[in-house]
Design a binder for this molecule. Structure first.
Ligand SMILES: [Zn+2]
Length: 331
């Protein structure tokens, strides 16, 4: 699991590389323009020396600094006007020699605002992208609260209930979002999303993961199947130490599709117990999706696991009901 600081450092050094690419582009454009129209080359050289002599003069006689800088600005304006005219004359855009930025908002520094410096949206995006790619969380770019589409759930009453499926899932979504927004490491709370396939459980779990990750906490998403596989490799001395370490220590562990993993004697139950108990003892949070009901969780995983997952003091249990929406979404 990459630390957020490492990811931030990488993103900032990428911005630094971008700034030097910008300067190369600017240099290449100056050369191109001067070649097309030698007059531009002369004007650029003139502007350069006017700038230097202005700065030198202001240092040499501070008393006249203001006058000198005023003169310099007028001379610059005049030269810039001529340069723009010459650019247009040889068929180039008049702003062709302006500084080049990939992000105009922060000028590729990653930060905006005075006096309170804030991260520019481009830096936040770069950090998120890196986190997603490095952790195998690419699906979070597509599956998050921003893309969660309530309208794919039928607005008709659920069999035997008053609510419509859309209204009902809308409430679950709200609870999930407020869990993610209020998430703090060390509280040891969590969610259990129960119900049949195709009702949006995994999607909502991913929404929670994305929000918690975006808020700066570490998140691991793993299918129950992969969890068992990793624990098994670890147990038999093959690789996977880091993976198990991540599952034990990340701020939020999301286990998808608990109950779908193969039940291997001496592996499955002890692995799940180990992860669930270790995390719960250390007050680390878990989100679980499962096709099993609460009663089936108790049947499948023995009390010591099920009681931790369904502990009402810590865990919110939500049951998804209604019609499979994957066939609507696939349309
Ligand atoms: Zn920016």
């Amino acid at each position: 699991m990459l630390s957020r600081e490492n990811v931030m450092r990488e993103a900032l050094s990428e911005l630094e590389a971008q700034r030097s690419r910008n300067m190369m582009t600017e240099k290449a454009r100056r050369e191109e323009a001067a070649e097309k129209n030698p007059r531009i080359g002369q004007l650029l050289a003139q502007r350069q020396s006017a700038l230097f002599s202005g700065v030198r003069g202001a240092f040499a006689s501070p008393a006249k600094a203001q006058e000198i800088s005023g003169n310099m600005r007028r001379e610059m304006d005049l030269l810039n006007k001529q340069i723009r005219r010459e650019l247009t004359a040889c068929g180039l855009p008049e702003d062709y020699l302006q500084p080049v930025y990939k992000c105009e908002i922060c000028r590729d520094t990653g930060y905006v605002g005075e006096p309170i410096r804030e991260q520019c949206a481009c830096l936040k995006r770069a950090v998120m992208k890196r986190l997603y790619q490095n952790e195998g969380l690419q699906m979070l770019e597509r599956q998050n609260f921003g893309t969660f589409d309530l309208s794919i759930f039928p607005d008709t009453p659920i069999e035997g209930r008053k609510n419509t499926q859309r209204g009902y899932i809308g409430k679950i979504r709200e609870r999930c979002e407020s869990f993610a927004d209020g998430f703090k490491p060390g509280e040891g709370n969590g969610l259990v999303l129960l119900g049949k396939s195709g009702l949006g459980k995994t999607f909502l779990m991913n929404c929670v993961a994305q929000r918690v990750l975006e808020r700066g906490y570490s998140v691991v998403i793993v299918s129950a199947y992969k969890l068992i596989e990793a624990m098994r490799n670890f147990q038999f001395g093959r690789e996977g130490v880091e993976q198990v370490q991540d599952m034990l220590t990340c701020d939020l562990l999301c286990i998808d599709d608990l109950g779908s993993e193969p039940m291997m004697r001496g592996v499955t139950l002890s692995s799940i117990y180990h992860i669930v108990a270790e995390r719960s003892n250390a007050n680390r949070s878990i989100v679980v999706t499962t096709n099993l009901s609460v009663a089936q969780l108790y049947d499948t995983y023995e009390d010591r696991i099920a009681a931790r997952l369904c502990n009402p003091g810590r865990m919110q249990t939500m049951e998804f009901v209604g019609a499979d929406v994957r066939r609507f979404a696939a349309k």
